[in-house]
Ligand binder design. Structure first.
Ligand SMILES: Cc1cc2nc3c(=O)[nH]c(=O)nc-3n(C[C@H](O)[C@H](O)[C@H](O)COP(=O)(O)OP(=O)(O)OC[C@H]3O[C@@H](n4cnc5c(N)ncnc54)[C@H](O)[C@@H]3O)c2cc1C
Length: 260
């Protein structure tokens, strides 16, 4: 639905140590009626949550799906913090990352550096609606290429100047790239490694996936929710990708209307 799809690679997900779970249950003289075909993330949240009432072996135990739905509906969201994933993210802009890192709680980020990495070979991502072949795209591309040429010229000029002669080679490069990158536009591609728990992901998806005019965030959120529904369907069951009445594009929506 969107012109420029970001890429999300799920490089790490929760894994359970069955021997240790069995040891815990045995030591506590408990049996746990576990649901079948549940992801480790969902099992882990149930395992963690049930300690509150030591409710592992109840006869009429809720299924994992019903248990987690109840956790979400009742706002007992700290339980969801037990499930953590790591992602490699590409095909997003520096505008995107600037907004992304505002999400401070439960999300860790490492990002491609413009001080240690020269950007001559960088990609630039056109905003939604600036379609290849259109006059607007040609204008956009011309401006971006001019900015990139200026960046490369600045790298050369600064390298040949005496400005940073007292610095070590490493710090001189940092200074040169820091100055030259001021010429690079926000639409430059960046790459990120992100580790986040399910609660933080839900908060992000609700805020960013549902902002109609923020199309890059929206398209990323739609992709992320699709991934997370594969990873842990019960934790994200109340969030859906729907077509917006306003523009016909996909948007993230809560079926309960709750904000978190
Ligand atoms: C449409 C839109 C426009 C925006 N415009 C701007 C803008 O113009 N300028 C700008 O600076 N930002 C802007 N933002 C960013 C916004 O203000 C938030 O910083 C961002 O969305 C992260 O949200 P968050 O604080 O809920 O996330 P997180 O930082 O991940 O926090 C998650 C939750 O933890 C709790 N929490 C976090 N920190 C604290 C704290 N210190 N004290 C108490 N509770 C806390 C809150 O419940 C919070 O919702 C905008 C966001 C949107 C969606």
């Amino acid at each position: 639905m969107f012109d420029n799809a970001p890429e999300i690679y799920v490089v790490s997900r929760p894994a359970l140590d069955e021997e240790e779970i069995s040891r815990f249950l045995k030591d506590e003289a408990l049996s746990w009626n576990r649901s079948q075909r549940v992801s480790s993330a969902e099992d882990l949240c149930e395992l963690g949550g049930r300690v509150c009432y030591m409710s592992y072996g109840r006869e009429q135990q809720r299924s994992n799906t019903v248990y987690l739905k109840n956790i979400v509906a009742n706002g007992h969201h700290s339980v969801l913090e037990h499930a953590v994933w790591s992602f490699m993210i590409t095909g997003v802009t520096r505008s995107f990352s600037h907004q992304f890192v505002r999400h401070r709680i439960g999300i860790s980020v490492s990002q491609l550096s413009q001080q240690y990495h020269e950007e001559q070979g960088a990609q630039f991502i056109p905003p939604h609606g600036v379609r290849k072949g259109s006059d607007l795209y040609e204008h956009w591309r011309g401006q971006v290429e001019a900015a990139k040429d200026s960046y490369i010229a600045a790298l050369d000029a600064l390298d040949n100047s005496n400005l940073y002669k007292d610095l070590s080679e490493k710090e001189k490069n940092r200074a040169i790239r820091s100055a030259a990158r001021s010429l690079l536009p926000n639409c430059i591609e960046t790459k990120m490694a992100v580790t986040a728990n399910a609660r933080a992901l839900r908060n992000f998806l609700m805020i960013r996936g549902g902002t109609p005019g923020d199309l890059e965030m929206r398209s990323f959120s739609v992709r992320l929710l699709t991934v997370m529904k594969e990873e842990a369907p019960s934790i994200f069951a109340d969030l859906e990708v729907v077509l917006s009445d306003e523009d016909g594009l996909e948007i993230v929506q809560s079926i309960t209307g709750r904000a978190k």
